[in-house]
Every structure is written in C-alpha cells, then in structure tokens.
Ligand binder design. Structure first.
Ligand SMILES: Cc1cc2nc3c(=O)[nH]c(=O)nc-3n(C[C@H](O)[C@H](O)[C@H](O)COP(=O)(O)OP(=O)(O)OC[C@H]3O[C@@H](n4cnc5c(N)ncnc54)[C@H](O)[C@@H]3O)c2cc1C
Length: 332
C-alpha cells in the first residue's frame, strides 16, 4: 500500500476544507467512512490517495432523529453504522425494508464499521475494476465484461459499462422515497435517492451525482403511512459475506386488501438500483391475487438484456419479484 496521511477532522466544515487544501497542494484526497471498501482498494492499489479524511471522527453524524411536526419523517446521519441502523427500533418498526437490507450486508464485522453513506457510495465490485484493469471505472474506455466474464453483471441498463450497483441499502432507500443531504465546497443540496444514482451513459466512470469533495451527510425518510409494509429479499451465490446476485426492495401501502401504492426496486441487476414503474402501476389500485402477483413477476423482466453468461438472472429476478410481493401481501 502507498503511504498516506490520515486526517481526523472535528467537524464537517473542517473535513471539506481538508479535502480542498490537499487538492490545492496537488495531492489526492478521499473521504472515508468505515474504510471497509476504501482500504481494500488502497491495498490493491486500485486507488492511491495521498490523504484520507476520516468522517467517523466527526461527532453527531451517526444519529437517527424523528423530524418535528405532524407527518414528518426521520433523518438518519450518514455516518451511522449498518449494524446500529439495522437494530434501531424505529427503523425496524416503520422502515423494515431498510433494517433488513442493512442486516443482509456482508458480515457482522463489516456491518460494525461500514457506514450508511459509505454503503451507498461504495465503488463497484466488478472483478475487472478490482483487479487493476483499466476499465471505464478506472478511467479507461473499455468494459471487459462485454466479451469476458459477465456472470454477475447487469441485465438492465448496461452500457457502456455493465457493472451492477453493489449496495444493499440503495434499493431500499429508493423504494422508501428517501432524500440525500449532500455537503460540499459550494454548500448543501438535497437530492432524491431516485436521482442520486446515475447510469453509465451519464458518466461511465461514476455511479452517482456526488461531485469531487462532496460528502453524503444524511438520509431523510418520509413519514411511514399507516398500512405500509415493506421487505428486502436477497439472493447470493453463497450463504453470506457477498453481494446480491438479485435482490428486491418492496414497499406496499395496502388498505382493505387493496394496494394503494407500490414501490418495487431491484438490486444486483443494473448499474443503479432498478425501479420497476410498470410493475408498480400494475399493482396500484388492485387486490393482490396470485394471478396479479405472477403477472408482476413477468413484467419485472420485460426489457432485460442479459449478456452471454448471466441469462440465469432473468428467471431468478422474475421469481424473486413474485415471491417477495406474494410474501409481503400475505403478511397482513
Ligand atoms: C467481503 C465483503 C463483502 C461485502 N458484501 C456486501 C454486501 O453483501 N452488500 C453490500 O451492500 N455491501 C457489501 N460489501 C461492501 C461494504 O458494505 C462496503 O464496503 C461498506 O458499506 C462501505 O462503507 P464504509 O463506511 O466502510 O465506506 P468506505 O470504505 O469508507 O468508503 C466507501 C466509498 O464511499 C466513499 N464515502 C464514504 N463515506 C462517504 C460520505 N459520507 N460521503 C461521500 N462519500 C463517501 C468513499 O470515498 C469510498 O469511495 C462487502 C464488502 C466486503 C469487503
């Protein structure tokens, strides 16, 4: 690993200044959460920053706070660990899809250090990128998976890069209509989760709208409506310690057996959390019959474009969507 300076800012302003100062001095600087993704990339020399600005040294960015006023939601500090978030009683009670997504990440050790912001902003785990290939993600102009090993790559939204977005929490946050608070040298802005993640056609080197030196500081969730139920299901190629081959985050608002509102978002199949608006439209206003749910599974894979070795993800996705909606509507 290349040597680097570890900076421990006391507050956010100081953190952002440290990044700016490093860059002004001709050095490369990165923001770090728990470091569980970043340090792996540094050890493998996928990235070689001069300065690592540790956001976990800032106090107070790891809290879950109920917003004030009727109909208000919840604000979650971006530096909360996935373990703490998965155990939080309010999150478990009202935003089960997020608690379950956190629980499904990696291993207990990783969840103990990994932060929510770091999970959302983690870089792709495509074997070409992680093993030093000069692919789009590493600043090159090739996606080696197209003619190479693509068993775990995208079946939706691929091209020119065919990575899948690796985060388990990201589909859950899109399904919950979360908004992200971002702080940077130009001030703060709020971006809906659905607009935060960007396809490779926008910029094949990036996965989201974060600009250099910007920090994801908080995630805001709208108030949970009465009658809302939600869940996260994940299929892996082994029992634990790995990313989703296919996952589904589903939020249903059911009133007297009728689905009033639906969010269905897939993970592991596209370069961004992949929302299924046609499936959501199909379910809205309907009673959840087995026929309707089977149709939802079929519609979920409309337009899938598998590569040579990941065609198996199509029936897997269809079954995953059907079973997840079926299980959730039966919960009552
Ligand atoms: C063996 C293994 C298995 C894994 N399995 C899964 C899995 O099943 N599901 C899953 O979702 N993930 C999985 N991961 C990835 C893991 O969840 C991420 O490494 C972790 O969530 C990243 O969080 P962190 O706080 O450690 O981020 P860091 O490693 O500190 O940072 C990750 C990236 O985010 C950026 N970043 C961090 N914080 C901020 C911020 N506040 N604002 C802006 N940018 C920021 C960093 O610059 C860096 O690019 C796995 C990782 C390993 C090593």
């Amino acid at each position: 690993m290349k040597s680097f300076t570890n900076a421990n800012p006391k507050n956010l302003a100081q953190a952002l200044t440290l990044v700016q100062q490093a860059r002004a001095g001709g050095k490369t600087a990165v923001l770090a959460g728990g470091g569980s993704d970043l340090l792996g990339q540094m050890k493998e020399r996928v990235i070689t920053p001069d300065v690592l600005v540790r956001l976990t040294s800032i106090k107070g960015l790891d809290q879950v706070k109920e917003d004030k006023g009727p109909g208000s939601g919840v604000t979650i500090g971006g530096l909360i660990t996935l373990d703490a978030l998965s155990r939080h009683p309010l999150i478990r009670r009202q935003y089960a899809v997020l608690a379950e997504a956190c629980e499904d990440v990696a291993t207990p050790q990783i969840r103990n250090v990994a932060t929510l912001a770091g999970n959302v902003a983690q870089r792709p785990w495509c074997w070409y990128y992680r093993n030093g290939f000069t692919c789009f993600k590493a600043g090159g102009n090739t996606c080696y998976s197209v003619s190479g090993e693509n068993a775990f790559h995208a079946i939706f939204g691929g091209g020119p890069s065919h990575i899948v977005h690796p985060s388990d929490t990201a589909p859950a946050l899109v399904a919950l209509d979360a908004r992200f608070r971002i702080a940077g040298p130009a001030g703060e802005r709020v971006v809906p989760a659905a607009e935060f993640f960007t396809l490779p056609t926008v910029d094949p080197a990036r996965e989201n709208v974060l600009k250099d030196g910007e920090a994801l500081v908080a995630v805001m969730l709208p108030a949970a409506k009465a009658g809302t139920r939600s869940t996260y299901h994940k299929i892996m190629d082994r029992e634990a310690w790995t990313h989703a081959v296919v996952s589904a985050a589903v939020v249903l608002h059911i009133d007297k057996d009728v689905c009033r509102e639906a969010r269905v978002v897939l993970g592991g199949v596209a370069p961004i959390p992949w929302r299924l608006p046609e499936v959501e439209k199909l379910l809205t206003g309907q009673r959840m019959t087995p026929e309707l749910v089977a149709k939802a599974g079929e519609m979920a894979v409309a337009g899938a474009k598998p590569l040579a070795k990941n065609g198996y993800k199509v029936p897997l996705t269809q079954a995953m969507v059907r079973r997840t909606i079926e299980g959730l509507s039966a919960k009552g």
